[in-house]
Write a protein that binds this ligand. Structure first.
Ligand code: COA
Length: 175
């Protein structure tokens, strides 16, 4: 069980503890599928912290600063959304923020095995943080950041699957 990080004092709203969720990912880049999950998570939790975490198997195209900026631009006037990064264990990060849940989006059945493993491992590491799965919106089931990058790299039009500023950032990267 993780004990390394001590939680911040619990934030409250009108004297009531806030329900906080973390939504982790590489976000290289953020897509409309991610945005859909975040918006829906906001109907379940008082605050959602989008946390750019490290997936050791990936070498991101965008820097951390670029990814933070692209995410921030999606939620400019929403003070219930925060963007942060962690280089450590996700459950330690969640505990340090007093989060009660980790939100994950499930796409096709193919996601299930990996997500199940991840959730069980996170639960073994820290029982107090639950994993909450949201079904990815139908329109986003077959997209991923990699597929979108690949399309953009070859000059494909990625309108509709990423926010407009992300499309521009992709075009700039590949020009
Ligand atoms: N709509 C569209 N696409 C989506 C999506 C959605 N709702 N949700 C996820 N995707 C895509 C992502 O863009 C990503 O695409 P890519 O593989 O082409 O980059 C793919 O689905 C996989 O997403 P995800 O499973 O969230 O992987 P990730 O690399 O973004 O995030 C971490 C994995 C960072 C959360 C995980 O490695 C982690 O927790 N790291 C921290 C270290 C740690 O605690 N490790 C122990 C875990 S037990």
């Amino acid at each position: 069980m993780s004990t390394a990080v001590s939680p911040e004092s619990s934030p409250t709203m009108q004297g009531k503890p806030l329900s906080i969720a973390v939504y982790p990912g590489t976000f290289d880049p953020i897509t409309n599928g991610h945005v859909d999950i975040i918006k829906r998570a906001l109907s379940l939790f008082d605050k959602v912290i989008i946390v750019i975490a490290v997936n050791a198997l990936k070498t991101p195209l965008f820097t951390i600063e670029e990814r933070i900026d692209m995410i921030n631009q999606c939620f400019t006037s929403n003070d219930r959304v925060e963007v942060d990064t962690t280089a450590g264990l996700l459950v330690d990060y969640a505990t340090s923020k007093n989060a009660c849940a980790i939100v994950r989006g499930l796409r096709a059945v193919s996601d299930f095995d990996y997500e199940f493993q991840l959730a069980l491992m996170n639960r073994k590491l820290q029982r107090r943080v639950e994993t909450v799965f949201l079904m990815t919106g139908f329109r986003w089931i077959y997209i991923s950041s990699s597929i979108i990058k690949d399309a953009a790299r070859h000059g494909g039009d990625v309108s509709g699957v990423v926010p407009a500023h992300v499309k521009t950032a992709l075009q700039t990267k590949f020009n």
